[in-house]
Design a protein around this ligand. Structure first.
Ligand SMILES: C[S@@+](CC[C@H](N)C(=O)[O-])C[C@H]1O[C@@H](n2cnc3c(N)ncnc32)[C@H](O)[C@@H]1O
Length: 238
């Protein structure tokens, strides 16, 4: 398990505060408008992490089920989303034995490193989506628009704080992955600041591959570009 989602999970809300997700969550809710208009609607999120989108989306649905590989991240989410169901599971293989009106897969889909893994996650979304339902997939990058990037951030909390550098590169443009290195500077109480490094390898697929995979598992697939210039793949289950 990556450090960020295990021993550093308790810092998640200072790394990526839920308030930062409000604008995009509203955008996703608009895309879910048809199912929300047919209450009671149930939403499943795969790779829900710290529940930062869920906190803004849950009131629009009768129920929200949050699945993530990391028990530590689910614990972080439980603190702000106690009314949601939390389940440890792998989006490539989890089977809950029920269907939902909507399925949401945000940036966690980036951890699918091969087309086979991407297809497995798409299949999971499909089998949990009701006929007439919708799934959204929101990768941070697709092959066509990928750019190397650096970013920084972090906030302070109760007696502690974090600052981080995020450095994204694609060492081999011919494979299906890119790398983000995170350097975290952490401060707690009067301890000296200490530093942690975490390397995340993520999948990078073309929009053509994305659409093909979604169609192969049975969805009608298209995409829109959001205000963060991301491809948001819209998958409708016939
Ligand atoms: C960037 S965080 C997600 C944050 C989330 N968008 C939010 O609103 O807080 C990425 C998450 O993907 C999860 N993840 C990675 N691979 C996964 C997999 N195969 N199945 C389910 N979750 C996975 C990690 O455990 C982590 O919690």
């Amino acid at each position: 398990m990556l450090k960020m989602y295990a021993e550093l999970a308790k810092w998640w809300r200072l790394v990526s505060p839920p308030e930062d997700y409000r604008e995009e969550a509203e955008y996703f809710l608009n895309l879910f408008a048809d199912v929300i208009a047919r209450p009671p609607a149930a939403l499943l999120e795969l790779g829900s992490g710290g529940g930062s989108n869920a906190v803004h989306m849950k009131t629009s649905f009768a129920s929200m089920t949050l699945v993530d590989l990391s028990p530590d991240m689910l614990e972080v989410s439980r603190e702000i989303n106690p009314e949601c169901e939390h389940i440890v599971g792998d989006m490539r293989s989890v089977r809950l034995g029920r269907v939902f009106d909507a399925v949401f897969v945000h940036d966690a889909v980036g951890y699918m490193l091969t087309l086979d893994e991407l297809k497995a996650a798409a299949e999971t979304a499909f089998v949990h989506c009701k006929p007439g339902g919708i799934a959204l997939f929101v990768p941070d990058h697709v092959r066509e628009t990928f750019e190397p990037d650096t970013d920084h951030g972090g906030t302070d909390g109760d007696g502690r704080g974090v600052r981080f550098l995020e450095w994204t590169i694609d060492p081999d443009p011919n494979d299906s992955t890119f790398i983000t290195d995170y350097v975290f500077a952490l401060r707690e109480g009067d301890q000296t600041v200490w530093v942690e490094h975490d390397r995340h390898t993520q999948g990078l697929f073309s929009q053509v591959d994305w659409l093909r995979v979604l169609r192969e598992v049975g969805f009608d697939a298209s995409f829109v570009i959001d205000s963060f210039e991301r491809h948001v793949f819209i998958a409708l289950r016939p």
